[in-house]
Ligand binder design. Sequence first.
Ligand SMILES: NC(=O)c1ccc[n+]([C@@H]2O[C@H](COP(=O)([O-])OP(=O)(O)OC[C@H]3O[C@@H](n4cnc5c(N)ncnc54)[C@H](OP(=O)(O)O)[C@@H]3O)[C@@H](O)[C@H]2O)c1
Length: 263
Amino acid sequence: MDLGLKGKAMFVAASSKGIGLGVAKALAEEDADVLIGSRNEEQVDKSVSELDKLGKGRVVGHFLDASDARSIKEWIEFGMAKLGDPDGLLVNAGGPPAGKFLDFYDSDWQSAFELTLMSAVRMIKAVLPKMREKGKGSVLSVTSSSVKEPIESLLLSNVMRSGVTSLMKSLSVEFGPENIRFNNLVPGRIDTERVKHLDEINSKMLNIPLEKHKKNEMSSIPLRRYGTTDEIGRAGAFLLSDAASYISGVTLLVDGAKTKTVW
Ligand SMILES: NC(=O)c1ccc[n+]([C@@H]2O[C@H](COP(=O)([O-])OP(=O)(O)OC[C@H]3O[C@@H](n4cnc5c(N)ncnc54)[C@H](OP(=O)(O)O)[C@@H]3O)[C@@H](O)[C@H]2O)c1
């Protein structure tokens, strides 16, 4: 199957590592032109060099702090100057801190709102005019299986990602007539630094050794393992591509059947 990504300008946020890098990798392998970005510029440069070897497209990177409006604007402007108007956007950011209701002050809620929900609003606002001019576009947002089954220790993520899910569905309705697609990519447990960090926190909280905790987690997943960034990356590249031209408003779980809901 030809994903039709060759020469397409794909902007991939929060992508020097983890899931974002997995999606960027799959796009680069398909010869797309790829913009990546995150806060650690040294790591961005390293990942650009790694991605550059994968395909025939151009790969560029720039500083991005997804919680900062000005930084998002600069990152998108950089991408447009280097790669042209965007055909696709992966909305992504680091996860908000772990914790339960009584752990958080108003300022924590405000920060999570800026990082998770407003970053999506701002990135989409910045690319939408060019996609409308082209009469075509694809936007994909990384959320979490917590939008289907709230995760006890991740309250801020549960709440803010539900907002993002609803945003994407609403935009799929509003901009469908202009041929702009909006979907959600939903990791269950993908083997990244974020998941390593959460496993450490949870094993301490539950007072069980880390390896035992990971074994328990994996045994709750029908495919009996964590997913890889390559696996979720391929799903992301597909949804961003023309091969998914009739898929919009969808929330795709990439979770090894971890989420036990029918819909
Ligand atoms: N892995 C999973 O199974 C899983 C499950 C559910 C939800 N998620 C969510 O999916 C997203 C990606 O997770 P991941 O597992 O790939 O995390 P990760 O391995 O920690 O990678 C996060 C990437 O995002 C960048 N980043 C973090 N904060 C940023 C910011 N404010 N602005 C720009 N870039 C930022 C990081 O680089 P810098 O730190 O240098 O900026 C890094 O490149 C997170 O929101 C996470 O909560 C992941």
